[in-house]
Design a protein around this ligand. Structure first.
Ligand SMILES: Nc1ncnc2c1ncn2[C@@H]1O[C@H](COP(=O)(O)OP(=O)(O)OP(=O)(O)O)[C@@H](O)[C@H]1O
Ligand SMILES: Cc1ncsc1CCO
Ligand SMILES: [Mg+2]
Length: 273
């Protein structure tokens, strides 16, 4: 490891998001689009949702990051994602891809493979099943949920990063972030996050906000998941169920000071891959 990912590094990246307020352009699903906009604001960035093919490339060109989420994909939407993604690449704007439901249907798997072929994706953020499918090592996805991964999860994430040339950010109880060489494990989070639709989508939004201000996407992605996970830990205290938890999740990320993240981030490096 040439970098030690401590809480202070996470805090510095959060501080940069807050001071620069990067524009995070989303082309995303209709289920959680509003949550994605608001969690982006709570992180300290500025969201915009723009998916019409007439404007998606133009918007991507002026963004700090582009988040592509195939949760409610259509053929036309995927075409617009590719237009935006290519322009983002030309302009040096990092692209985050959330392969929602890859492996559940052929259309979703094919769309992700096509985007990966046409666009230089900086961060591929998925759950374990999705990443196992895309690694080719085996994973099971039902609807949008991970039903498990074949073999060792870290090995699958590393294989996926090497096969796709992206930084893989694989969420779960322990998140695994890897570029195929370095591996960071993020322990922050709370099981309540799995009881609410859209926490994966929101994780991608925060990942985009952090990628906009830190060019080492292993560090930016781990810091984003640490911040979001820490907000989840704090929100779970006193939550009566998924919906009071949801409200508190936004409030906790909004009110998180960099010093809170420095103290609360639980990120460690895994050696020997
Ligand atoms: N059991 C858990 N313990 C702690 N954190 C968790 C747990 N499950 C999920 N998380 C956190 O919740 C967020 C979403 O991860 P998850 O793997 O559930 O995404 P997903 O299944 O793609 O979500 P979505 O509901 O949007 O489809 C991540 O930040 C992850 O760290
Ligand atoms: C439930 C659901 N279906 C398509 S996208 C989505 C939101 C979380 O993945
Ligand atoms: Mg989930």
């Amino acid at each position: 490891m040439e970098h030690i990912m401590d809480g202070r590094t996470c805090a510095e990246i959060l501080e940069r998001v807050r001071s620069r307020r990067p524009l995070v352009h989303h082309i995303t699903n209709t289920v959680t689009i509003n949550d994605c906009a608001n969690i982006t604001l709570c992180a300290g960035a500025a969201p915009v949702m723009a998916e019409a093919p007439e404007e998606s490339a133009e918007m991507a060109a002026v963004a700090g990051a582009l988040v592509l989420n195939i949760g409610t994909l259509s053929t036309a939407q995927v075409a617009s994602m590719i237009l935006a993604g290519r322009r983002a690449n030309e302009c040096g704007v990092p692209v985050v891809l959330d392969p929602v439901g890859a492996g559940a249907t052929r259309m979703r798997t094919d769309a992700v493979l096509r985007i990966l072929q046409e666009v230089d994706v900086a961060v591929l953020k998925g759950n374990a099943g999705e990443i196992g499918v895309l690694a080719g090592t085996g994973g099971t996805v039902r609807g949008v949920d991970s039903c498990g991964i074949a073999g060792d999860a870290v090995d699958a994430a590393v294989a996926c990063a090497r096969a796709t040339g992206t930084v893989v950010s694989m969420t779960g109880a322990t998140d695994v972030v890897t570029d195929g060489r370095r591996v960071l494990l993020v322990e922050n989070g709370n099981p309540m996050m799995d009881r609410l639709s859209g926490t994966g989508c929101m994780a991608a939004s925060v990942t985009g906000a952090f990628a906009a201000v830190e060019g080492d996407y292993v560090l930016s992605s781990a810091a984003a998941l640490a911040a979001f996970g820490l907000a989840g830990e704090r929100a779970a205290v006193g939550a009566r169920g998924p919906y009071s938890f949801r409200t508190a999740l936004f409030d906790e990320l909004f009110s998180m000071a960099p010093e809170d993240l420095a103290a609360g981030a639980r990120v460690r490096a895994r050696h020997g891959v």
